[in-house]
Design a protein around this ligand. Structure first.
Ligand code: BES
Ligand code: ZN
Length: 593
């Protein structure tokens, strides 16, 4: 069968010619907020074409050369297309094996967030991190920026001597004397997994294959929080086969990082908001680790197939957590996920095309269509399959899927063919019970979606009910609650509450001053809805310092619902915006305007 692999979000002429290896030689300049240098590609010309097209955005190309002897090439930039940037068309000789692009990024390059010292934990040195997913790699490296194209890479990176550089590659464990760092990634990866961080960073090894990077003031806390990482890695391998990237480290970034985590190979990038002090939010690490199979090994061919990356990863994440913490723990994650799914479908609209697993993001910023649907509807689909075929059979299928398609890209259609051939095998009863078509190609939540129950949440619900019936908050039995139980409690507080009730809860449980960002973000929704003034200072502090989109976007949306709230949102945003990544500001600009 012929699968159409063309990617609507890339200009690359990849049917004719593809990049195979990148050698990057760049220097990072904090004063001008630019990266400049040379990207050398080894290419494979499949059709003897005389042009190679790369993706670029917000960058200036100084010169292009060809071959070992670097003869100068003719190139041309296409017109600027919203989100996609400009194509870079380079004239090549059909026998050329190497091209070299001399370039410089611009300060507005979206993948790059340049932080002032005051925006870091240490407060003394500046910081830079990249975020390439989905189509931002092209703003810091000219590339064939499609998840369906893979290449190996090596890099030489020059940074100020007091700083250290790390990448999604083999990494240094201490600072170099001259500020020059060398990297190599010997497994072929798609461009969206290229990543770089530069800052006052230190390394601490955890166990044989795991470690953490962070600013010195954060390092000990991070090492404590992630102490179970090696166990997660072992559990993951026991489920779905060997970890193929040798080392697994996590870097804790400054709070403006717009995501919870990003699965950059060998080095997950993570928000500091998961450092709760009690290891209660580590399922996020399980998630990013799981991407080492789902996503980084078997990769969505285009962003329309995003659910293959995230749905499998959420499923795998919960299996890792089940292995470490038990079934009742994983049940809580599933129930919270289902709540997220219902909320997200309601928000997007249950007949919206964006609630289908297979997306249609052509002519759009893929970021706009990449919602919780891929995660939680994707998860629910796989969970339903597990329930129907039985866990042992499903596990064999998933393991083989990762193995068979390792280091390849996958379209939804190709996956469904394999699924049919390897698992369903024309079993009509099974086919009917699962109803793949409804899940993948139709909007909303299919009627056969499982509704998971959590025994631990039943207890939470009982406590909540007794509070509503008049038992004082301080007398509720909440001693052994994890942050998931607290989330269940806070999410189900009555829609109508008096300010006295809010104060009572706050006095008993200290929500407003919680050190746990999940709890804070859930609580702040009530703070806003009930105009609980006592919580405003904490709310503002949170929104100004934390740039994690999942937390702040819902809060801005709630605030703007009434005129006073809107004024408050605008005031907060004025202070907060300089701390946010463009991935966040592009969404929030629209909400508060
Ligand atoms: N790959 C995603 C982050 C991402 C998605 C970046 C789409 C750009 C576009 C990452 O693995 C992720 O899903 N992060 C989640 C955490 C997770 C526990 C659901 C996040 O950041 O909230
Ligand atoms: Zn993910």
């Amino acid at each position: 069968m012929n699968y159409n692999m063309t990617d609507p979000h890339s200009f690359a002429n990849s049917n004719d010619v593809v990049v195979k290896d990148l050698d990057l030689d760049i220097s990072v300049d904090f004063k001008t907020k630019t990266i400049s240098g040379k990207a050398s590609y080894k290419i494979e010309n499949k059709t003897e074409t005389d042009v190679i097209i790369l993706d670029t955005r917000d960058m200036d190309i100084e010169k292009v050369t060809e071959g070992m002897d670097e003869t100068v090439s003719v190139f041309e930039m296409g017109p600027e297309i919203p989100f996609l940037g400009k194509s870079l068309k380079i004239r090549i000789s059909p026998v050329a094996k190497y091209i070299h692009i001399y370039y410089k990024t611009r300060p507005e390059a979206s993948a790059l967030q340049w932080l002032e010292p005051t925006q870091t934990a240490g407060g003394v040195h500046p910081f830079l991190f990249t975020q390439s997913e989905a189509i931002l790699a092209r703003t810091w490296v000219p590339c064939q920026d499609s998840p369906g194209i893979r290449f190996t890479y090596s890099a030489t990176v020059q940074v100020p001597v007091e700083l250290m550089a790390v990448m999604s590659a083999s990494n240094p464990v201490e600072k170099s004397e001259d500020g020059i760092y060398h990297f190599h990634m010997d497994e072929a990866i798609p461009s969206y997994l290229m990543a770089l961080s530069v800052g006052d960073i230190e390394f601490k090894a955890l166990e044989s294959r795991t470690g953490v990077y962070a600013e010195p003031v954060t390092l000990a806390k991070a090492a404590y929080e992630f102490a179970d990482m090696e166990k997660m890695l072992d559990a993951a391998e026991a489920l779905y086969g060997p970890y193929r990237w040798e080392q697994y480290d996590v870097i804790v970034l400054p709070p403006s990082f717009p995501f919870g985590g990003m699965e950059n190979p060998r080095l997950t990038f993570a928000t500091p908001t998961i450092l709760s002090g009690d290891r209660s939010l580590v399922s996020l690490i399980a998630h990013e680790l799981a991407h080492s199979w789902s996503g980084n090994l078997v990769t969505n061919a285009t962003w329309n197939d995003f659910w293959l990356n995230e749905g499998f990863t959420v499923y795998f994440e919960r299996r890792i957590m089940e292995a470490l913490e038990g079934r009742d723990y994983a049940d809580m994650l599933e129930v919270l996920g289902y709540q997220d799914l219902k909320r997200n479908v309601k928000e997007i609209g249950e007949t919206s095309d964006d609630t289908k697993l297979k997306l249609h993001l052509e002519d759009r910023d893929p970021d706009d269509g990449m919602t919780q649907i891929a995660y939680e509807k994707g998860f629910s689909f796989l969970r339903l399959v597990e329930e129907n075929v039985g866990r042992p059979r499903f596990d064999i299928f998933v393991k083989q899927y990762f193995n068979k398609f390792a280091f390849q890209s996958m379209t939804t259609e190709k996956f469904l063919d394999y699924f049919e051939e390897d698992l369903i095998r024309h079993d009509e009863k099974l086919e009917k019970a699962i109803d793949i078509h409804a899940w993948v190609y139709e909007p909303g939540i299919p009627s056969n979606c499982l509704v998971i129950k959590s025994a631990r949440f039943e207890k939470v619900n009982a406590s909540l009910a007794s509070w509503i019936e008049g038992v004082p908050a301080k007398d509720l039995n909440t001693k052994k609650w994890s942050s998931h139980e607290w989330l269940q409690f806070i999410r189900h507080l009555p829609v109508e509450m008096t300010l006295d009730q809010m104060s009572e809860l706050d006095a008993a449980f200290g929500f407003t001053d919680s050190g746990n960002c999940e709890i804070l973000a859930a609580w702040f929704e009530h703070v806003i809805k009930h105009q609980y003034i006592h919580g405003y200072a904490s709310l503002e502090k949170f929104m100004v310092s934390v740039g994690r989109r999942k937390f702040i976007v819902p809060l801005y949306k709630l605030l703007v619902l009434n005129p006073e709230g809107k004024k408050m949102a605008q005031d907060i945003y004025k202070k907060a915006r300089p701390n946010y990544h463009t991935v966040a500001t592009s969404t929030i600009d629209e909400i508060v305007k």
